[in-house]
Every structure is written in C-alpha cells, then in structure tokens.
Design a protein around this ligand. Structure first.
Ligand code: GLC
Length: 542
C-alpha cells in the first residue's frame, strides 16, 4: 500500500489573525503566514491547518462565518489565499482548512434573509420553533449561554444554537444546506487544499440523524465521497469529541471521516502528565479502536480552545484541574482549562520537550499548536478561550515581531510580562540556541519522519515495570520496529524491555547522550523527563 501522506503528517495549527501581520494594520493575515512558511519548513511540518480566515464579525475567533467563500479583509484577499496555497505547495506543505458549517454567524446573509421572511428559501436553512423544545442537546458554553433556543423578534420564532446565540445552527435535513456545504468544499478543493478540519461534526450528525434515522452516517458518507471523487488524497479531519465506543460511527469503516481528532487520548495524556503515571495512556491505547485501513487519528497537546476534560471521570478531572488550573481564572465553562501548555508545565523546558516527545510517539498524526514549539504563554486577561490565542512571538522586537502597527491597534496584546514575555520566549533566540525547545522539537519532528512505523504500523505497550514510563513498540512490515520511551516522572529510572527481540536497541533520538548499555544489564536508563526513541541495532548498522 502506498504511504498515505496524512498517516504520518506533522500538522501545525495556525490562527492566521495571530501569526504575522504583513501590512501593519495590527491583524495577522494570510500574507503573513506565507512569509513565515520558512518557520514551518524549518520545523519539519508537513501540513498546515489554517484556522478560519473567512468573512466574520470575529465574535468567536472567526468560527462565526458570514461568507465561507471569501477572505475577511482584515486577513487578506482571495488571491492571498491562492498565493499561500501555492507557496506552501512549493515547500511541500499541505494545507487543510477549517470547514465550519454546523452553524453560521447570525450576520450571514442566509440568516438575515431567513429571519426577515418566513417564505424565504433560506428560512429552512436554520432550525426554528414556536417554543423552546428539548432536542436532547445542551449548550456547549454553559456558563455563557443558558439555553440553546433564542427568541428572534424579526423572525417571530425561536432559533436553535448549540454554540453561541450569535451562531444559529444550520439545518442538515434541508438538501439545499447540504448542497451549500458541497459548494464550499468544491471551491476550496479546486484552489488546492488537501482537506478540511471539519468543525463540530457530532452536532451536524445529530441534526441529520434527527431528520431521518441513519441520516447522520449518510451525511458523513456523502461528504467523504464528494471530497474523494474530486481530490482522492484530501482528508476530512473531524472534530469529534465523543466516547470511544462511538468512534466507529464516524470512521464508518473507512467511508466516513478520514481522521478523527482524538479527544479521548488528549484527556488521558493530560491525566498522565498530571499524575506522572503512564497507565492512562497505555490503557487508552489498548482500548481505542484500530482506525480503518485508510483512516488515522490525530493527536495534540493543546489547541486553540479550552482543554476540555469531559472524557475523564469526575475524580480524574479534578486531579487534572487541581494540578494544571489551581486558580479559578485558569478554568472555563466549568469543565476545562484555558491555558497554554508551557505555563501548565511550569515553563520547564524538560517537561515541555518530554510532552512533545510523547505526542510525537503516539500512533496517529501529531498536531502542533503554533507557539507551543517555543513554549509560549497565555494571557488570562483575555475572555474565555481567547486566553490561548495570543500573537506569535517571533523576536524581542516591538510587538514581538508580530506586527509593526502601534501596540494599541493589535488584534490582541502581546505577552510582555512574566516568564513567557516575548523578550524571553521567541523564535529568533531559540533558532540560534542549540538545545533550545525549538531545536529539540524540530529534531523530534524530523526524526519522526524517519520512523514511519509510528504513524503507519501496529503498536503495543511494552511492560517495563516502570509506572512513569510510556513505552511503546511500533512495528510495520516495511519500516520495521521502533521503540519509544518517555519518562513522565522527574526521577531518573532504569527501564527493562522484556521483549526478546528487543535486546539490542540503539538511540535514534534522545533528550541527552546515553552511554551504551552494558551487556549483562539489559535495561535502558532514562533521565527525569527524559525520552529515547530507539531502533534495533541491525536496522541502523546493517
Ligand atoms: C469548534 C472550534 C471552536 C468554536 C466552535 C464553534 O469547537 O474549535 O473554537 O468556538 O467550534 O464553531
């Protein structure tokens, strides 16, 4: 079977408003991303996930779209989008866009027409009711919205919104809405994107299912087929935060989503990071269904949203909350943490590096959050999830090298105080310092490209007898065997590898130089928060 690009992709998520401002208006923009593609290339990233840049009032970071086929003027123009796609292609970097079609902004023309006229063809694009009714859904942002129905005076009816009140839900029972979604996908696929990060998929499925039993699966099949027929290599990377036993309802044996963002694993990773125990991750790996033959998981540490801990039991959730968000201001929606990775790990580069070594050794495609490769901090004075969406810190220049606009015109203030201030944490400094977090994560990414068994192969947990060590064996018919070890604890440990065929391993990547093992002691040493990726000696020295 041909290696599928996404099975081993290293994905890098960029919020274009926050990355780099090319025209000094204070907003990051698409040209800014194009200008900074060298950073992605240097890091070894193979796929850029571009967060929404469409026309939007930006009341939900651009997820409140008013026109899916255009670029918001603050972020550039359509030709800028084409230029970015072309430049990325020249660097060998694929681009995946956010497809946000669970809802629109209430400022979208469809909604404006729908509310103004009961007979408008757009009325049925949305979900209306004379009375709030129980659709079996709860508000996603419970501390902000106390219901999913809002009265609209102009329409003379309630409309449904599982997200914010300014984001009315689209109606998937309406074939015209599904046609619009196809139009949007067609448009961007023609321009050369390699797929979509499909937003809020379970709610779309819920809507289609409510209209007709089996309709949810039909919707996914329809979308996948549409994409595959136009661009066989394009993926649907679904935002699917559901229990493990529902994963197959989204993969649909290979006919549904190509990739699932693995929220389950994400929660277990944070439980493991909080407790220093590998077991939650090991258990998740044992319990997770194998993706279909052409499917894959995507894993990440932090993203642009809060760290939603809903997949953990109450006691475990409390543990993670108490460890990583001791202060109420660090929490959101009564369920999650609105901090970036580096502050959660106390700014300790060893721990941040180990967390990335763990991410990159999990079966699936890793997704890096812009700025986490240098250990950027957050800004808790910003509302809700905006705390983690801060301008990229390029250098110690004014405005962190993000923009040359006057500081009071920036889309968001740069982090300028404390241990994560831009004069202490920035790309320029770390680029020149060997052993910097940026250098270490870059080394990991590049090593990962050589270890295709991680994304492609079969994996199993190695029983090392050390509770703090995540120890995995990855095996693929073509790539052979790789072993990945990550010590979540701060103490040095000796790790025994019982597998008989793994007695002669050599390092491919490690947090430090480890002396060769002595023959009579078939064990491996690991520093506190150390990591080692290894191969059988005969794979390297033939
Ligand atoms: C997704 C996005 C989030 C957004 C929401 C509504 O969960 O990740 O940022 O607010 O969808 O579109």
């Amino acid at each position: 079977m041909q290696p599928l690009w996404y099975r081993n992709a290293v994905i890098y998520a960029v919020d274009p408003a926050m990355f780099h401002d090319s025209n000094a208006d204070g907003w990051g923009d698409l040209r800014g991303v194009t200008q900074r593609l060298d950073h992605l290339r240097g890091l070894g990233v193979t796929c850029l996930w571009l967060l929404p840049f469409y026309h939007s009032p930006f009341r939900d970071g651009g997820y409140d779209v008013t026109d899916h086929l255009g670029v918001d003027p603050r972020l550039g123009t359509l030709p800028d989008a084409v230029e970015l796609l072309e430049a990325a292609e020249a660097y060998g970097i694929r681009v995946v866009l956010d497809l946000v079609v669970q809802h629109t902004s209430d400022q979208h023309r469809w909604f404006q027409e729908a509310r103004a006229d009961r007979d408008s063809p757009y009325r049925d694009y949305y979900i209306w009711s004379d009375e709030p009714r129980d659709d079996g859904l709860e508000p996603i942002f419970p501390t902000v919205e106390d219901g999913i129905w809002t009265w609209d005076e102009t329409a003379g009816q309630y409309y449904r919104h599982v997200f914010y009140a300014h984001e009315p839900d689209l109606n998937f029972a309406n074939p015209a809405v599904r046609e619009e979604i196809r139009d949007i996908m067609r448009f961007w696929l023609r321009l050369g994107v390699s797929g979509f990060r499909t937003d809020a998929i379970p709610y779309m499925v819920h809507g289609a299912e409510a209209a007709e039993p089996g309709g949810g699966a039909d919707l996914l099949r329809e979308m996948r087929e549409f994409v595959m027929l136009r661009q066989p290599e394009a993926v649907l990377l679904g935002e699917v935060d559901v229990p493990l036993d529902e994963y197959d309802d989204y993969f649909l044996d290979g006919d549904g989503l190509t990739m699932l963002l693995n929220f389950w694993m994400n929660n277990q990773v944070f439980l493991s990071l909080a407790t220093g125990e590998a077991e939650p991750i090991h258990k998740a790996l044992r319990d997770m269904p194998q993706p279909p033959r052409l499917g894959q998981y995507a894993n990440w540490l932090r993203n642009h949203d809060e760290l939603d801990l809903e997949r953990l039991g109450e006691a475990d959730r409390e543990t993670v909350m108490d460890t990583f968000a001791p202060d109420e201001t660090m929490r959101a929606y009564g369920r999650g943490i609105r901090r970036r990775l580096a502050p959660m790990l106390g700014g300790d580069e060893r721990r941040i590096a180990a967390a990335h070594a763990l991410l990159l050794s999990l079966p699936g495609a890793p997704v890096l959050q812009y700025g986490d490769e240098i250990g950027m901090g957050d800004d808790l004075s910003r509302n809700e999830r905006l705390s983690v969406r801060v301008p990229m810190q390029w250098s110690s220049d004014e405005n962190a090298g993000f923009s040359s606009a006057p500081p009071d015109r920036l889309v968001a203030g740069v982090v300028k105080d404390g241990p994560f201030a831009y004069d202490r944490v920035n790309v320029y400094d770390q680029q020149r310092r060997s052993g910097s977090l940026l250098a270490r994560i870059g080394d990991m990414v590049r090593s990962r490209h050589g270890l295709t068994a991680i994304g492609f192969g079969r994996h199993s947990v190695i029983d090392t007898g050390r509770p703090s060590v995540v120890a995995l064996r990855h095996e693929d018919d073509r790539d052979g065997i790789a072993v990945t070890l990550v010590n979540l604890g701060g103490e040095e440990v000796e790790v025994a590898i019982p597998d008989e065929d793994l007695h002669d391993l050599v390092d491919v990547l490690a947090d430090a130089e480890y002396p060769p093992e002595e023959d009579d002691r078939p064990s491996l040493r690991l520093n506190g928060h150390g990591y080692r990726w290894l191969r059988p000696r005969n794979h390297i020295f033939k």
